[in-house]
Design a protein around this ligand. Structure first.
Ligand SMILES: [Zn+2]
Length: 353
C-alpha cells in the first residue's frame, strides 16, 4: 500500500455536452491555490483558457484484447501524462501539484482510471483524485433519460456540479436532484449559478488527500446514514429509461471482514459484473487490522487499497457504497455474506481469522 501523499492527484472533470465543464475549469484555475495545476483538455473542447499549463490531447482509445469498454487505455492521456512527468523532471514546466483532465462530453470516465492504474510508471507518480461531473440544471434531467453516457458520468462522480441553476425552475431542479440522488447518494451536489464558483474543496478534498480525507469520508458516510432510513420506499416513477437501471446503496457490517475472503469476493464480483458495478467505495474493518482500509473502484478498475491512520468516528463498522446497474442489493449482500462466512465461520468481533 503506497504513499499516496507523494503522488500527484488527477482530477477528472466530465459532464455532458454544454454542461459547463470549461466554465467550471476556468473558475477553478482562477483560484490562487490551484494555480499549480496542469490541465489536459480535449482538442475539440472550447479552449481560451488563460493558464500556463494547458495541453490539448486528441482523444484516442485503445481497445484491448479483452474487448471491455471500461478496461481500455486512453492512448492520448497515457502519452500526455508521460510527457508531463518528463517535462516536470526536466524543469521544462512549472512544478505542478495536480492534474485536471477535462473530458469530451461523451467520454466515459472509467478508461481514464484504467489508463492511470494499468501502467506502473503512471501509477507510481499519479493517483486518481476526484471525479467531478457537471450537470446542466435545465437540460440535465432530459439527458439522464436519453443518454447512458450522461447516467454513467453522474453515477461515478465524487462531486456533482449543477450548473446554470439561475436559469432553471424550482420544480425542474427538484426533479433533477431526485434523479441524481437515486443514481449517486454520496457525491455532494454543488450548485453553480452564473459562474459563482467556490473552488476551495472541489479539487483538493479527496479520499487520499491527507488534508481533506476526513471531510470527504465523513461526508459520504453521512450521506448514506441519513438516507438509508428514508430509502426503502419506491420513488422510481420519477425517472425512466437509462437512469432507471442504476441505483446506489450502502452495506454496513459490524463484525470485521476477512481480508482474503473479501479480496476474492470483490475480484469475482468485478470479473463477472464489472460492467454493471459502476462504482464501489468504502471503509473496511479488516480482522486483525486496527485502522480502516479504504477501497475505491470504478467498474473493473480498483485503486490499490490504502490504510487510513484512524477511524473517522466511534464506530468501527465496514461501510461499502455501491452504485450498480441492474443488480439487486439483496444478491450482492448475500454473496458477500456467504464468502465471508465461508472463510471465517466462527468469527467473533475483533478476532483475526
Ligand atoms: Zn472493464
Amino acid at each position: 500500500m503506497g504513499a499516496f501523499s507523494e503522488q500527484t492527484p488527477i482530477n477528472v472533470i466530465t459532464g455532458f455536452l454544454g454542461s459547463g465543464k470549461t466554465t467550471l475549469l476556468k473558475g477553478l484555475l482562477a483560484a490562487p491555490d490551484l494555480s499549480d495545476t496542469a490541465v489536459l483538455i480535449n482538442e475539440f473542447g472550447a479552449v481560451g483558457l488563460d493558464h500556463e499549463l494547458v495541453q490539448t490531447v486528441a482523444e484516442s482509445t485503445l481497445l484491448l484484447d479483452n474487448g471491455c469498454l471500461c478496461c481500455a487505455i486512453r492512448g492520448d492521456l497515457q502519452g500526455a501524462l508521460r510527457g508531463l512527468l518528463s517535462q516536470r523532471q526536466g524543469g521544462q514546466v512549472p512544478n505542478f501539484r495536480r492534474v485536471v483532465i477535462e473530458t469530451s462530453g461523451l467520454a466515459d470516465p472509467a478508461p481514464i482510471a484504467y489508463t492511470l492504474l494499468a501502467e506502473p510508471v503512471l501509477q507510481h507518480h499519479f493517483r486518481l483524485g476526484g471525479i467531478i461531473t457537471t450537470v446542466d440544471a435545465v437540460n440535465g434531467g432530459g439527458q439522464l433519460q436519453r443518454f447512458p453516457e450522461s447516467v454513467k458520468q453522474a453515477a461515478v462522480a465524487d462531486r456533482l456540479i449543477v450548473t446554470k441553476t439561475d436559469l432553471a425552475e424550482p420544480e425542474q431542479l427538484a426533479a433533477l436532484y431526485t434523479s441524481l440522488r437515486r443514481l449517486n447518494k454520496s457525491a455532494p451536489i454543488v450548485e453553480i449559478g452564473d459562474g459563482d464558483i467556490q473552488p476551495a474543496t472541489l479539487l483538493t478534498d479527496d479520499m487520499y488527500d491527507a488534508g481533506g480525507r476526513d471531510r470527504e469520508i465523513s461526508q459520504w458516510l453521512a450521506a448514506y446514514t441519513a438516507e438509508d432510513a428514508l430509502n426503502h420506499g419506491g420513488e422510481a416513477a420519477l425517472i425512466h429509461e437509462h437512469a432507471d437501471h442504476v441505483h446506489s446503496f450502502a452495506l454496513t457490517y459490524a463484525s470485521p471482514l476477512d481480508w482474503t475472503a473479501f479480496g476474492i469476493w470483490m475480484t469475482m464480483l468485478l470479473h463477472h459484473h464489472g460492467d454493471n458495478v459502476l462504482r464501489i467505495k468504502g471503509l473496511l474493518n479488516v480482522a486483525g487490522v486496527p485502522t480502516p482500509v479504504l477501497i475505491n473502484g470504478v467498474q473493473h478498475i480498483v485503486h490499490p487499497p490504502a490504510h487510513l491512520p484512524a477511524w473517522p468516528g466511534e464506530a468501527r463498522h465496514s461501510r461499502i457504497i455501491f452504485i450498480v446497474r441492474d443488480m439487486a442489493q439483496s444478491r450482492i449482500e448475500a454473496s458477500l455474506a456467504a464468502f465471508n462466512n465461508l472463510a471465517n465461520p466462527d468469527a467473533a468481533p475483533g478476532q483475526a481469522a
